[in-house]
Design a protein around this ligand. Structure first.
Ligand SMILES: Nc1ncnc2c1ncn2[C@@H]1O[C@H](COP(=O)(O)OP(=O)(O)O)[C@@H](O)[C@H]1O
Ligand SMILES: Cc1ncc(COP(=O)(O)OP(=O)(O)O)c(N)n1
Length: 274
């Protein structure tokens, strides 16, 4: 019997690299591997980065980015994709063009703007381009609190503010919204989800007292992408992703002297059949 070509669930991350291994494409691929999907990558930018900060970065040429999209789309069957660091307005446009050109499945947009150490990973003038051109393509958008504030031009302090911001983000055309509460200072971290059908829910877990939170957003959005590629509905994918990142933060690994990376094995080990 002939084997079905491309039957195995395949995902694509469209993002920047992290030489320190904790965030960006590196966190995405580790997460997707742990969630048992195959992951391809279109590199938009290369960063010189470690747990202490971002020392430098450079975005790739349009030609090389277009060629990466063509190579991936010309061979693999991508069932879900995600975006991360997109650097500037020009590169957001390049990515949008390619997302419209190829069928890469549902799109999860992690609107990465600033690294934990404070380095900007998206130029200020790109924020409007993200809102206008990228968010309308998004199946899910996953801003953290500062990103949601920039995208909505709102101050977000309360649960009601999160609900209001999510509604405003839905008006951009993004279908499902998850506002992440990692940057708050409450005892519990609470994320807010507003689904396309109007259903809303909160995901709350104890705040882990650690500085080792480098790549949390990447890990969450990659786990979500993987579950969607396997055919899970959006709500289930979001819930698995939250549990996955929570286990990865809670089961600290000692790597680096600053904002250390997560433990991408943790969820798998906690859920292993013994
Ligand atoms: N200290 C923490 N303890 C537990 N969960 C956290 C912690 N920090 C972040 N999270 C969770 O990690 C995920 C990513 O959130 P966040 O850190 O806000 O995103 P980003 O990495 O994009 O800044 C969210 O689900 C959030 O609730
Ligand atoms: C190359 C690259 N992409 C994304 C990020 C930001 O990752 P995130 O998950 O938001 O984690 P922190 O930077 O907040 O730790 C990055 N640093 N580098």
């Amino acid at each position: 019997m002939a084997e079905e070509i491309n039957a195995f669930p395949q995902t694509l991350t469209i993002a920047g690299t992290d030489s320190g291994g904790g965030a960006g494409v590196m966190a995405d691929i580790k997460t997707m591997q742990e969630r048992h999907v195959f992951s391809a990558a279109v590199i938009v930018a290369v960063t010189a980065q470690n747990t202490l900060g971002v020392q430098d970065f450079s975005a790739l040429s349009k030609k090389l980015i277009d060629e990466q999209f063509a190579s991936v789309a010309g061979d693999l069957k991508i069932r879900a994709c995600k975006t991360g660091m997109l650097a500037d307005a020009e590169h957001v446009e390049i990515v949008v063009e390619n997302l419209k050109k190829y069928d890469l499945g549902p799109l999860i947009v992690d609107p990465v703007m600033i690294a934990k150490g404070g380095a900007p990973l998206l130029a200020d003038d790109a924020i409007n381009v993200v809102k206008r051109d990228l968010l309308p393509l998004a199946t899910v958008v996953t801003p953290n609190l500062p990103e949601a504030e920039r995208l909505t031009e709102m101050t977000i302090k309360t649960n009601e503010d999160m609900q209001k911001a999510a509604k405003q983000l839905r008006a951009t055309g993004a279908k499902n919204i998850m506002i992440k509460g990692g940057h708050g200072d409450t005892e519990k971290v609470t994320d807010y989800v507003l689904l396309a059908d109007g259903k809303e829910f909160w995901l709350s877990s104890p705040r882990v007292d650690t500085v080792r939170t480098h790549g949390t957003g990447d890990t969450l959005s990659s786990a979500m992408t993987a579950e969607i590629a396997k055919g899970q509905d959006i709500e289930s994918a979001i819930r698995v992703a939250k549990d996955f990142v929570e286990a990865a933060i809670r089961n600290t690994i000692q790597v680096g002297r600053g904002h250390g990376p997560l433990n991408h094995w943790a969820y798998g080990e906690e859920h292993a059949v013994k």
